[in-house]
Design a protein around this ligand. Structure first.
Ligand SMILES: [Fe+2]
Ligand SMILES: [Fe+2]
Length: 212
């Protein structure tokens, strides 16, 4: 099943759709918190502040869209209100851990440099994914005539990707090879996340069929 097929199945069921929006909201919120956590105590520029603020706003916006899904609930990020909660948390955490290890053990970064370098690579890989994922989701929403829209997020994520590249160019001698490493790693983790989402969706539909 392609990722678009999974999203079509999710968007067709209010409960799955609400949990999907909540899962995206949780991941955006985690992103915002990670950006803030990686900030230097003094060297904080406008780009970093803008990025943290916009990711937090995405989390808020996605949560706000849940009321349009036709399902009531998902007030919190409790695991029962998310899709594939374990894998969704792990996707971000594992990316963070593996990239920090790569920069520390292979490139000898430490302290604030390690923190900032990890922020750059983790966020870059996520932005590359966001630039692919949100337009696919938007297509599904459009086809369904949904009042939910990802247009604002798509525009801002595009800006984030450009800003990440600018920051990486300034920080790394060879940003592209580090960026490629991060993207390859993210692809594997995303694949596991997709498999887990698919199995949860399949289970939901199997139960629906049993009831019918
Ligand atoms: Fe975002
Ligand atoms: Fe972003």
């Amino acid at each position: 099943m392609t990722f678009k097929n999974i999203l079509e199945k999710i968007a067709a069921q209010p409960e799955l759709h609400a949990k999907w929006l909540n899962t995206l909201s949780m991941m955006e919120n985690c992103g915002a918190r990670k950006i803030s956590a990686s900030e230097h105590s003094q060297n904080v520029d406008l780009i970093v502040l803008k990025h943290a603020a916009e990711e937090a706003r995405h989390a808020y916006y996605l949560k706000n869209q849940i009321s349009k899904s036709g399902f009531e609930g998902c007030e919190t990020y409790h695991p029962t209100s998310l899709l594939s909660p374990v894998q969704s948390f792990q996707y971000l955490h594992q990316l963070d851990v593996s990239i920090s290890r790569y920069l520390k053990e292979k490139h000898g970064l430490k302290g604030n440099e390690l923190k900032y370098g990890s922020y750059l690579l983790v966020t870059y890989a996520i932005e590359v994914r966001a630039d692919e994922l949100y337009p696919i989701y938007e297509e599904v929403l459009k086809t369904n005539g949904s009042s939910i829209s990802m247009r604002m997020i798509i525009v801002e994520e595009k800006g984030h990707l450009e800003e990440m590249i600018e920051q990486m160019e300034r920080f790394f001698d060879d940003w592209k090879s580090h960026g490629d490493f991060a993207v390859d790693l993210e692809k594997k983790l995303f694949h596991d996340w997709q498999i887990s989402l698919q199995s949860e969706v399949d289970k939901y539909y199997a139960i629906l069929q049993e009831i019918a």
